[in-house]
Design a protein around this ligand. Structure first.
Ligand code: IVH
Length: 689
């Protein structure tokens, strides 16, 4: 029956076309990171393939993309003996080690010239994948290098692992090939997975490596299928048939053509100087790669040389790993103490048995807040994993529960401030607990540290220790006291003397002339950093202008958000803060901008609150506002009962209307120019009342 036969072949052809299209889309998506199909298109292809396979079970084959999750959960993994042992690598930790490795190469192959390939050393777990006639048959973990576990079913669920090798030319596909690579998890995927595990009440993984290993060693492949695993191929174990390969770089090219993700940044150098700069290059990029690497693998490129160099014990002579410093270590929590910050927030700190993490001695780690301690179940006496990545503050990643002895003590946040004894309070919906005493010496100390710091008033010689001493002695009770210190008493303090006291006094005097933005920053207004301080100084030119402004006006400064604006307003309307500002001012600390001056203390506009609205013909609104400020006016963003006058240009809109409602005089551009020129305010509010 010729009709049926041709139907069958056309169906087979359709199935083949669908599988290839799906594989191509997988490749574009997972390997090239450049999707070429929409999710809907991809789903339609997969659906059609599933439907055909369901109706024609004889067409199903293991390498079909529908068969990634194939078999039922297993009781255990079978052991697989590796036909070719999976070796480990020798390590080098610095340039001298690397030079010594290269010198050994030269001794072993006298007169040879070498080129080297440097690749990132992905921190995951090694696997070996066997393909027969281009179809994946088997996959195993490294195990002890000689025998691994058969994790074929789990490996098949990894989306960027080709179940069938791709090729532009079928003749290049070897009859048999063992591909070696690393199964790993990207940082972002790892974090998402942990969040999900936490939300489900589970125990999160310690790092991406553990997450990858734990996911690959699931007995139920449907669980592995839901884990965001990836594969990166870094070499060929052995091969029969296919195009001949003479260099490691050719092996990487072939793997790429077969549809594997390989390290695109593998680089070739013919000198150790070149190799060393690659190592430094990777070390510098370590934190920004999006996945964890623990070093750089350096391989001799020429496979014949590799063969000649051979092995010592279980390590090849032809490769080595430049190992990066570790970012995690285990150590003991000796105590948990509580620190009181500038805002009064209580921060628990783990006091650790000192450990060296990547060359830095770590003896404390932040625990953030009480919820965090509870979530991670950190107790005094616990053995914990501590992480220090780049410049971030060391963190406790996890408690090693299996190391508990039963002598550990649970920690409670104190009901009273450890610095001043006042009650602490944790508001609903807030993670932090606060000291309720605004005069708390711990808060004051942090305020002083901040105020005198380099980015703020930059008082050289007034370090944290000395500042704390002044606070403890009662010489500094608020920031204003810094400018009325008793220098004679200071000169008599232990360890100071006349000269130190004199130098400190000079530094304190000099700080009175710091620009306004530094003063605003130094005041320690919640949420106001250096950048916001500059924006506020640029806009208001004096502390008085800022104090006189309403929330809307502060909020209207580009770059200042509503929360900040409210914070600034509240801070500048708290009597204690205003008292401090008054003290600073009377001590001679500059509270006005360089070019602004305090504005004339007299004149028609001095101290008046004014609003500019609408389009002006001869100047921009901000020019007008700047000129008004220079004349001593406080320029506000909205009209209120306190507004003395509104200057309106074209299309003034609602502000002018509001002014009329409130009986606030509205003047035009000509009057604005007259007033700026020194003319009295016509119809000014003061005159009308
Ligand atoms: S080559 C004979 N290349 O590092 C050398 N290994 O200790 C075989 N690894 O177990 C290894 N990235 O899991 C090689 N680009 C890379 C690698 C890499 C990570 C792992 C691999 C191996 C371990 C060596």
């Amino acid at each position: 029956m010729p009709d049926v036969a041709s139907d069958a072949t056309s169906l087979e052809r359709r199935v083949d076309a669908l599988r290839r299209a799906i594989e191509k889309h997988n490749y574009d998506y997972y390997i090239l990171d450049q999707p070429t199909a929409t999710d809907a298109e991809y789903d339609a292809l997969l659906r059609e393939l599933r439907e055909i396979e369901a109706a024609h079970p004889e067409l199903v084959s293991p390498e079909s993309p529908t068969q990634r999750v194939g078999i039922a959960p297993q009781g255990k993994f079978n052991q697989i003996r590796h036909p070719l042992p999976m070796l480990s690598l020798s390590n080098v930790y610095n340039r001298a080690d690397l030079d010594a490795w290269a010198a050994r190469l030269a001794r072993n192959l006298p007169g040879a010239r070498f080129t080297f390939v440097s690749e990132p050393k992905i921190d995951g777990l090694a696997v070996a994948l066997t393909y027969v006639d281009g179809v994946m048959q088997r996959g195993a973990t490294r195990g002890d290098g000689l025998t691994g576990e058969d994790v074929t079913a789990n490996l098949r669920t990894i989306r960027n692992l080709p179940l069938r090798l791709m090729s532009e030319n079928e003749t290049t596909i070897p009859r048999l090939i063992e591909v070696r690579g690393e199964v790993f998890m990207r940082q972002a995927d790892f974090e998402k997975l942990n969040e999900q595990i936490l939300a489900d009440g589970g125990r999160p993984f310690m790092n991406p490596r553990n997450a990858a290993a734990g996911s690959l060693r699931q007995l139920d492949p449907t669980i592995t299928a839901r884990r965001p695993l990836r594969l990166l191929a870094y070499g060929i174990g052995y091969a029969e048939g296919g195009a001949p390969i003479a260099f490691h770089t050719e092996a990487l090219d072939a793997l790429r053509q077969f549809g594997f993700q390989t390290s695109l940044d593998a680089a070739v150098d013919d000198s150790i100087d070149g190799v060393w700069s690659r190592c430094e290059w990777w070390l510098n990029r370590r934190a920004s790669l999006g996945f964890e690497i623990d070093g750089v693998v350096i391989k001799v490129n020429d496979l014949r040389q590799q063969e000649e160099l051979g092995f010592v014990s279980r390590e090849p002579r032809w490769a080595t790993a430049f190992k990066f410093p570790a970012t995690q270590q285990t150590t003991r929590v000796n105590d948990i103490v509580v620190n009181v910050g500038r805002t009064g927030a209580l921060t628990p700190l783990a006091m650790l048995e000192a450990v060296n993490i990547g060359g830095v001695i770590v003896s404390r780690a932040t625990l953030h807040n009480e919820d965090e301690i509870r979530r991670k179940d950190i107790r005094i006496g616990d053995i914990v994993v501590v992480q220090r990545a780049g410049d971030v503050i060391p963190q406790v990643v996890q408690v090693l529960l299996e190391r508990r002895t039963g002598d550990e003590r649970e920690f409670e946040m104190p009901a009273n401030c450890p610095a001043c004894g006042s009650p602490t309070h944790r508001a609903e919906g807030e993670a932090a607990r606060y000291c309720t005493n605004s005069a708390c010496p711990a808060q004051l100390k942090r305020h002083v540290h901040h105020f005198v710091s380099r980015a703020a008033m930059d008082i050289e010689g007034l370090g944290e220790k000395l500042a704390d001493r002044f606070v403890d002695l009662g010489m500094i009770r608020d920031l204003g006291d810094i400018y009325s210190l008793d220098w004679r008493a200071i000169a008599e303090l232990e360890g100071l003397g006349e000269i130190s006291a004199h130098n400190l006094r000079v530094a304190v005097e000099a700080s009175k002339q710091r620009p306004l933005e530094r003063l605003i920053f130094g005041l320690g207004i919640p949420f106001v950093g250096e950048r916001s301080s500059r924006l506020l100084a640029d806009r208001f030119h004096s502390l008085d202008n800022l104090i006189a402004s309403d929330v809307e006006t502060i909020d209207s400064v580009p770059g200042i958000g509503p929360v900040q604006a409210q914070g600034v307003f509240d801070f500048l309307h708290t009597p204690e803060n205003l008292a401090v500002i008054e003290k600073l001012r009377s001590a001679g600390v500059r509270t006005v901008d360089d070019d602004a001056g305090d504005g004339p203390a007299s004149g028609p506009l001095a101290g008046k609150s004014v609003v500019v609205t609408g389009r002006l013909a001869e100047m921009t609104r901000s020019e007008a506002e700047a000129a008004l400020r220079r004349s001593g006016a406080n320029v506000a963003g909205s009209v209120s009962r306190n507004t003395a006058v509104v200057f309106a240009g074209e299309d003034p809109g609602s502000k002018a209307e509001r002014a009329r409602e409130l009986g606030v005089p509205v003047l035009g551009e000509q009057e604005l120019k007259d007033v700026l020129g020194g003319a009295p305010l016509p119809n000014g509010k003061d005159q009308s009342t």
